[in-house]
Design a protein around this ligand. Structure first.
Ligand code: ADP
Ligand code: MG
Length: 345
Protein backbone atom coordinates (compact mmCIF):
# COMPACT_ATOMS: atom_id res chain seq x y z
CA UNK A 1 0.00 0.00 0.00
CA UNK A 2 1.31 3.44 -0.86
CA UNK A 3 1.22 6.46 1.40
CA UNK A 4 -1.42 7.94 -0.79
CA UNK A 5 -3.67 4.99 -0.14
CA UNK A 6 -3.20 5.36 3.58
CA UNK A 7 -4.20 8.96 3.26
CA UNK A 8 -7.47 8.27 1.54
CA UNK A 9 -9.93 9.81 3.87
CA UNK A 10 -13.58 9.15 3.33
CA UNK A 11 -16.05 10.85 5.58
CA UNK A 12 -17.50 8.43 8.07
CA UNK A 13 -15.64 5.48 6.69
CA UNK A 14 -14.02 4.61 9.97
CA UNK A 15 -17.40 4.38 11.64
CA UNK A 16 -18.98 2.43 8.85
CA UNK A 17 -16.60 -0.13 7.56
CA UNK A 18 -19.29 -1.74 5.47
CA UNK A 19 -17.78 -5.16 5.86
CA UNK A 20 -14.34 -3.86 5.06
CA UNK A 21 -12.79 -2.79 1.79
CA UNK A 22 -12.89 -5.61 -0.65
CA UNK A 23 -15.48 -7.64 1.24
CA UNK A 24 -17.67 -7.67 -1.83
CA UNK A 25 -14.91 -7.83 -4.37
CA UNK A 26 -16.17 -10.89 -6.06
CA UNK A 27 -19.82 -10.09 -6.17
CA UNK A 28 -20.76 -8.59 -9.47
CA UNK A 29 -23.99 -7.08 -10.56
CA UNK A 30 -23.75 -7.93 -14.20
CA UNK A 31 -23.25 -4.43 -15.47
CA UNK A 32 -25.64 -2.54 -13.25
CA UNK A 33 -23.17 -0.15 -11.76
CA UNK A 34 -25.54 1.49 -9.43
CA UNK A 35 -26.52 5.02 -10.18
CA UNK A 36 -29.43 5.53 -12.49
CA UNK A 37 -30.81 2.04 -12.16
CA UNK A 38 -34.30 2.49 -10.86
CA UNK A 39 -35.70 5.00 -8.41
CA UNK A 40 -33.43 6.17 -5.60
CA UNK A 41 -33.68 3.99 -2.55
CA UNK A 42 -34.18 5.68 0.73
CA UNK A 43 -31.66 4.74 3.34
CA UNK A 44 -33.31 4.94 6.71
CA UNK A 45 -30.69 5.31 9.35
CA UNK A 46 -27.56 4.13 7.66
CA UNK A 47 -26.54 5.17 4.20
CA UNK A 48 -24.17 2.24 4.06
CA UNK A 49 -27.14 -0.08 3.86
CA UNK A 50 -27.34 0.74 0.18
CA UNK A 51 -27.49 -2.59 -1.60
CA UNK A 52 -25.66 -1.67 -4.78
CA UNK A 53 -22.89 -4.11 -5.58
CA UNK A 54 -20.39 -2.34 -7.78
CA UNK A 55 -18.33 -4.13 -10.32
CA UNK A 56 -14.62 -4.32 -9.64
CA UNK A 57 -11.63 -3.97 -11.93
CA UNK A 58 -12.45 -4.23 -15.61
CA UNK A 59 -10.94 -6.97 -17.73
CA UNK A 60 -7.43 -5.96 -18.70
CA UNK A 61 -6.49 -5.04 -15.18
CA UNK A 62 -5.32 -1.69 -14.00
CA UNK A 63 -2.74 -0.90 -16.68
CA UNK A 64 -5.06 1.19 -18.77
CA UNK A 65 -5.81 3.66 -15.99
CA UNK A 66 -2.13 3.93 -15.13
CA UNK A 67 -1.20 4.50 -18.77
CA UNK A 68 -3.85 7.21 -19.14
CA UNK A 69 -2.47 8.92 -16.04
CA UNK A 70 1.11 8.77 -17.37
CA UNK A 71 0.03 10.17 -20.76
CA UNK A 72 -1.65 13.06 -19.02
CA UNK A 73 1.39 13.79 -16.95
CA UNK A 74 3.58 13.92 -20.04
CA UNK A 75 1.29 16.19 -21.96
CA UNK A 76 -0.27 18.67 -19.66
CA UNK A 77 0.70 21.56 -17.51
CA UNK A 78 -1.72 22.18 -14.68
CA UNK A 79 -0.19 25.53 -13.84
CA UNK A 80 1.95 26.46 -10.85
CA UNK A 81 0.74 25.27 -7.48
CA UNK A 82 1.96 27.22 -4.50
CA UNK A 83 1.93 25.93 -0.96
CA UNK A 84 -0.61 28.56 0.04
CA UNK A 85 -4.18 28.88 -1.23
CA UNK A 86 -4.92 31.47 -3.93
CA UNK A 87 -6.09 34.82 -2.53
CA UNK A 88 -9.78 35.67 -2.24
CA UNK A 89 -11.92 36.30 -4.16
CA UNK A 90 -11.52 32.95 -5.89
CA UNK A 91 -13.47 32.14 -9.02
CA UNK A 92 -13.54 28.41 -9.44
CA UNK A 93 -14.77 26.70 -12.59
CA UNK A 94 -16.02 23.24 -11.68
CA UNK A 95 -15.35 21.45 -14.90
CA UNK A 96 -15.23 18.02 -16.49
CA UNK A 97 -16.87 17.42 -19.83
CA UNK A 98 -18.06 14.03 -18.65
CA UNK A 99 -21.59 14.08 -17.35
CA UNK A 100 -22.48 12.56 -14.03
CA UNK A 101 -19.13 12.93 -12.29
CA UNK A 102 -20.38 15.19 -9.51
CA UNK A 103 -19.85 18.74 -10.83
CA UNK A 104 -23.27 20.00 -9.83
CA UNK A 105 -23.32 18.09 -6.55
CA UNK A 106 -19.97 19.66 -5.73
CA UNK A 107 -20.97 23.19 -6.80
CA UNK A 108 -24.08 23.05 -4.60
CA UNK A 109 -22.63 21.29 -1.58
CA UNK A 110 -19.15 22.76 -1.51
CA UNK A 111 -20.83 26.14 -1.99
CA UNK A 112 -23.17 25.52 0.94
CA UNK A 113 -20.39 24.22 3.18
CA UNK A 114 -18.19 27.23 2.38
CA UNK A 115 -21.14 29.53 3.13
CA UNK A 116 -21.58 27.77 6.46
CA UNK A 117 -17.98 28.66 7.25
CA UNK A 118 -18.98 32.28 6.79
CA UNK A 119 -17.74 32.91 3.26
CA UNK A 120 -19.99 34.75 0.81
CA UNK A 121 -20.62 32.37 -2.04
CA UNK A 122 -22.06 32.78 -5.51
CA UNK A 123 -22.84 29.64 -7.48
CA UNK A 124 -23.19 30.36 -11.19
CA UNK A 125 -25.25 27.69 -12.92
CA UNK A 126 -23.85 27.37 -16.42
CA UNK A 127 -25.60 24.15 -17.38
CA UNK A 128 -28.83 24.40 -19.40
CA UNK A 129 -30.15 21.50 -17.30
CA UNK A 130 -30.29 23.94 -14.40
CA UNK A 131 -29.60 21.27 -11.80
CA UNK A 132 -27.62 23.57 -9.54
CA UNK A 133 -30.51 26.03 -9.68
CA UNK A 134 -33.13 23.48 -8.61
CA UNK A 135 -30.71 21.80 -6.22
CA UNK A 136 -30.46 25.13 -4.41
CA UNK A 137 -34.22 25.42 -4.19
CA UNK A 138 -34.73 28.04 -6.89
CA UNK A 139 -37.65 27.51 -9.25
CA UNK A 140 -36.54 28.40 -12.77
CA UNK A 141 -40.13 29.07 -13.80
CA UNK A 142 -40.48 32.10 -11.55
CA UNK A 143 -37.44 33.91 -12.86
CA UNK A 144 -37.31 37.14 -14.75
CA UNK A 145 -33.72 36.75 -15.81
CA UNK A 146 -31.13 34.00 -15.81
CA UNK A 147 -27.50 33.47 -16.71
CA UNK A 148 -28.61 33.22 -20.34
CA UNK A 149 -29.74 36.86 -20.32
CA UNK A 150 -26.50 37.86 -18.64
CA UNK A 151 -24.36 36.18 -21.27
CA UNK A 152 -26.41 36.87 -24.38
CA UNK A 153 -28.38 40.03 -23.63
CA UNK A 154 -26.11 42.03 -21.34
CA UNK A 155 -28.53 41.88 -18.42
CA UNK A 156 -26.70 42.89 -15.23
CA UNK A 157 -25.68 39.80 -13.28
CA UNK A 158 -26.70 41.44 -10.00
CA UNK A 159 -30.26 41.56 -11.30
CA UNK A 160 -30.50 37.81 -11.44
CA UNK A 161 -28.70 36.77 -8.28
CA UNK A 162 -31.12 34.74 -6.16
CA UNK A 163 -30.83 33.99 -2.45
CA UNK A 164 -30.99 30.37 -1.28
CA UNK A 165 -32.09 28.76 1.97
CA UNK A 166 -28.48 28.91 3.17
CA UNK A 167 -27.18 32.17 4.59
CA UNK A 168 -24.34 33.66 2.51
CA UNK A 169 -25.13 31.39 -0.43
CA UNK A 170 -26.49 32.86 -3.66
CA UNK A 171 -27.08 31.52 -7.13
CA UNK A 172 -27.19 32.87 -10.64
CA UNK A 173 -29.78 30.48 -12.05
CA UNK A 174 -29.87 28.75 -15.40
CA UNK A 175 -32.91 27.92 -17.49
CA UNK A 176 -33.27 25.75 -20.55
CA UNK A 177 -32.78 28.91 -22.71
CA UNK A 178 -29.12 28.37 -22.09
CA UNK A 179 -29.20 25.35 -24.37
CA UNK A 180 -29.25 27.76 -27.32
CA UNK A 181 -26.38 29.82 -26.00
CA UNK A 182 -23.60 27.66 -27.44
CA UNK A 183 -24.85 28.50 -30.92
CA UNK A 184 -26.03 32.02 -30.26
CA UNK A 185 -22.64 32.89 -28.85
CA UNK A 186 -20.75 31.91 -31.99
CA UNK A 187 -21.16 35.23 -33.82
CA UNK A 188 -21.29 37.30 -30.65
CA UNK A 189 -18.77 40.03 -29.93
CA UNK A 190 -16.18 39.03 -27.35
CA UNK A 191 -17.95 35.73 -27.03
CA UNK A 192 -15.45 34.04 -24.73
CA UNK A 193 -15.32 36.82 -22.16
CA UNK A 194 -18.96 37.56 -21.50
CA UNK A 195 -19.22 35.68 -18.23
CA UNK A 196 -15.93 37.10 -16.99
CA UNK A 197 -17.11 40.66 -17.58
CA UNK A 198 -20.36 39.95 -15.75
CA UNK A 199 -18.72 38.23 -12.76
CA UNK A 200 -16.16 41.01 -12.42
CA UNK A 201 -18.97 43.45 -11.65
CA UNK A 202 -19.96 41.56 -8.48
CA UNK A 203 -16.62 40.13 -7.40
CA UNK A 204 -16.32 42.60 -4.53
CA UNK A 205 -19.39 41.04 -2.91
CA UNK A 206 -18.17 37.45 -2.78
CA UNK A 207 -15.33 35.36 -1.44
CA UNK A 208 -15.88 32.45 -3.81
CA UNK A 209 -17.69 32.19 -7.12
CA UNK A 210 -18.27 28.56 -8.11
CA UNK A 211 -19.19 28.02 -11.75
CA UNK A 212 -21.06 24.78 -12.44
CA UNK A 213 -20.00 23.91 -15.99
CA UNK A 214 -22.05 21.95 -18.53
CA UNK A 215 -20.86 18.49 -19.60
CA UNK A 216 -19.15 19.75 -22.76
CA UNK A 217 -16.13 21.77 -23.82
CA UNK A 218 -18.04 24.34 -25.87
CA UNK A 219 -18.22 28.10 -25.55
CA UNK A 220 -20.02 28.00 -22.21
CA UNK A 221 -17.19 26.07 -20.61
CA UNK A 222 -14.68 28.37 -22.34
CA UNK A 223 -16.55 31.32 -20.77
CA UNK A 224 -16.24 29.64 -17.37
CA UNK A 225 -12.52 28.95 -17.84
CA UNK A 226 -11.91 32.50 -19.02
CA UNK A 227 -13.75 33.91 -16.00
CA UNK A 228 -12.08 31.62 -13.49
CA UNK A 229 -8.97 32.13 -11.44
CA UNK A 230 -8.73 28.36 -10.99
CA UNK A 231 -10.29 25.06 -11.99
CA UNK A 232 -11.68 22.30 -9.81
CA UNK A 233 -12.12 18.93 -11.50
CA UNK A 234 -14.41 16.36 -9.92
CA UNK A 235 -13.36 12.84 -10.85
CA UNK A 236 -15.56 9.85 -10.27
CA UNK A 237 -13.82 6.93 -8.55
CA UNK A 238 -14.36 4.47 -11.37
CA UNK A 239 -12.23 2.58 -13.81
CA UNK A 240 -12.60 5.18 -16.60
CA UNK A 241 -11.93 8.02 -14.17
CA UNK A 242 -9.25 9.67 -16.26
CA UNK A 243 -10.76 9.04 -19.67
CA UNK A 244 -11.28 12.33 -21.47
CA UNK A 245 -9.36 14.30 -18.85
CA UNK A 246 -6.66 14.98 -21.45
CA UNK A 247 -9.13 16.93 -23.58
CA UNK A 248 -10.24 19.02 -20.63
CA UNK A 249 -6.66 19.76 -19.64
CA UNK A 250 -5.67 20.69 -23.21
CA UNK A 251 -8.61 23.06 -23.34
CA UNK A 252 -7.48 24.59 -20.08
CA UNK A 253 -4.02 25.05 -21.59
CA UNK A 254 -5.50 26.70 -24.64
CA UNK A 255 -7.53 29.09 -22.54
CA UNK A 256 -4.44 29.87 -20.49
CA UNK A 257 -2.47 30.64 -23.65
CA UNK A 258 -5.12 32.82 -25.24
CA UNK A 259 -7.50 34.26 -22.68
CA UNK A 260 -6.48 33.70 -19.09
CA UNK A 261 -2.73 33.33 -18.45
CA UNK A 262 -3.12 32.80 -14.69
CA UNK A 263 -5.50 29.86 -14.89
CA UNK A 264 -4.45 26.90 -12.74
CA UNK A 265 -5.93 23.55 -11.84
CA UNK A 266 -5.85 23.78 -8.07
CA UNK A 267 -8.33 21.18 -6.99
CA UNK A 268 -9.14 17.61 -7.93
CA UNK A 269 -12.05 16.13 -6.03
CA UNK A 270 -12.59 12.39 -5.98
CA UNK A 271 -16.32 11.68 -5.96
CA UNK A 272 -18.68 8.76 -5.49
CA UNK A 273 -16.10 6.74 -3.61
CA UNK A 274 -17.42 3.30 -2.79
CA UNK A 275 -15.50 1.81 0.11
CA UNK A 276 -16.70 -1.67 -0.82
CA UNK A 277 -14.53 -1.90 -3.90
CA UNK A 278 -10.79 -2.22 -4.06
CA UNK A 279 -11.06 -0.45 -7.40
CA UNK A 280 -12.14 2.82 -5.79
CA UNK A 281 -9.09 2.77 -3.52
CA UNK A 282 -6.83 2.02 -6.46
CA UNK A 283 -8.27 4.82 -8.55
CA UNK A 284 -7.78 7.33 -5.75
CA UNK A 285 -4.21 6.16 -5.16
CA UNK A 286 -3.43 6.35 -8.86
CA UNK A 287 -4.87 9.84 -9.29
CA UNK A 288 -2.98 10.99 -6.19
CA UNK A 289 0.28 9.55 -7.39
CA UNK A 290 0.05 11.61 -10.57
CA UNK A 291 -1.63 14.79 -9.41
CA UNK A 292 -0.25 15.00 -5.88
CA UNK A 293 -1.36 17.85 -3.65
CA UNK A 294 -3.99 19.03 -6.05
CA UNK A 295 -6.09 16.03 -5.11
CA UNK A 296 -8.17 16.82 -2.03
CA UNK A 297 -7.48 14.59 0.94
CA UNK A 298 -11.16 14.40 1.69
CA UNK A 299 -12.94 12.06 -0.72
CA UNK A 300 -16.69 12.25 -1.32
CA UNK A 301 -18.40 8.92 -0.60
CA UNK A 302 -21.18 7.55 -2.75
CA UNK A 303 -24.29 7.94 -0.65
CA UNK A 304 -28.00 7.86 -1.40
CA UNK A 305 -28.60 10.95 0.72
CA UNK A 306 -26.42 13.08 -1.58
CA UNK A 307 -28.49 12.02 -4.56
CA UNK A 308 -31.80 12.60 -2.74
CA UNK A 309 -31.07 16.12 -1.50
CA UNK A 310 -31.51 17.94 -4.86
CA UNK A 311 -35.12 16.83 -5.23
CA UNK A 312 -35.82 18.68 -1.97
CA UNK A 313 -34.00 21.76 -3.22
CA UNK A 314 -31.56 21.51 -0.34
CA UNK A 315 -27.80 21.19 -0.02
CA UNK A 316 -26.79 18.14 1.98
CA UNK A 317 -25.78 20.18 5.05
CA UNK A 318 -29.44 21.22 5.35
CA UNK A 319 -31.09 18.04 4.08
CA UNK A 320 -29.17 15.69 6.34
CA UNK A 321 -26.66 17.64 8.33
CA UNK A 322 -24.99 14.69 10.05
CA UNK A 323 -24.79 12.41 7.00
CA UNK A 324 -21.52 11.22 5.57
CA UNK A 325 -22.05 13.38 2.49
CA UNK A 326 -22.47 16.48 4.66
CA UNK A 327 -19.32 15.61 6.60
CA UNK A 328 -17.37 15.10 3.40
CA UNK A 329 -18.40 18.41 1.87
CA UNK A 330 -17.69 20.22 5.15
CA UNK A 331 -14.20 18.73 5.18
CA UNK A 332 -13.72 19.70 1.56
CA UNK A 333 -14.79 23.25 2.32
CA UNK A 334 -12.22 23.52 5.08
CA UNK A 335 -9.57 22.07 2.81
CA UNK A 336 -10.42 24.21 -0.22
CA UNK A 337 -10.60 27.45 1.76
CA UNK A 338 -7.50 26.67 3.80
CA UNK A 339 -9.10 28.74 6.55
CA UNK A 340 -8.59 32.01 4.68
CA UNK A 341 -10.16 34.96 6.52
CA UNK A 342 -13.38 36.21 4.90
CA UNK A 343 -13.05 39.46 3.01
CA UNK A 344 -16.61 40.65 3.21
CA UNK A 345 -19.06 40.56 6.06
N1 ADP B 1 -21.35 11.27 -3.87
C1 ADP B 1 -22.48 10.91 -4.45
N2 ADP B 1 -23.19 9.85 -4.01
C2 ADP B 1 -24.33 9.47 -4.63
N3 ADP B 1 -24.85 10.09 -5.70
C3 ADP B 1 -24.19 11.14 -6.18
C4 ADP B 1 -22.97 11.62 -5.61
N4 ADP B 1 -22.54 12.68 -6.32
C5 ADP B 1 -23.44 12.86 -7.30
N5 ADP B 1 -24.42 11.95 -7.24
C6 ADP B 1 -25.56 11.80 -8.14
O1 ADP B 1 -25.05 11.43 -9.41
C7 ADP B 1 -25.71 12.13 -10.44
C8 ADP B 1 -24.71 12.97 -11.21
O2 ADP B 1 -24.14 13.92 -10.33
P1 ADP B 1 -24.00 15.44 -10.79
O3 ADP B 1 -23.43 16.19 -9.64
O4 ADP B 1 -25.28 15.94 -11.35
O5 ADP B 1 -22.92 15.29 -11.93
P2 ADP B 1 -22.55 16.28 -13.13
O6 ADP B 1 -22.95 17.66 -12.72
O7 ADP B 1 -21.06 16.12 -13.26
O8 ADP B 1 -23.28 15.81 -14.33
C9 ADP B 1 -26.79 12.96 -9.77
O9 ADP B 1 -27.99 12.24 -9.80
C10 ADP B 1 -26.29 13.10 -8.35
O10 ADP B 1 -27.36 13.25 -7.43
MG1 MG C 1 -24.21 19.02 -13.70
Amino acid sequence: MTDAEHETKVAGSSAETEGGVGALDHEKTGGSSGHGSGPPKRALDDEASEQRLPSDVEPGGFDHLQQTARDLEDRVDLGPMGTTKPPLPRVMAIANQKGGVGKTTTAVNLGAALAELGYRILVVDLDPQGNATTGLGVNARNLEASVYDVILHDVAIEDCIEPTNVRNLFVVPATIDLAGAEIELVPAFSRELRLKKAINTVLDDFDFVLIDCPPSLGLLTVNALAAATEVAVPIQCEYYALEGLGQLLSNIQRVRANLNPGLIVTTIIMTMFDARTRLAEQVVAEVRSHFGDRVCRSVVPRTVRLSEAPSYGQPIIIFDSSSRGATAYRELAREVSGGAPQRVG
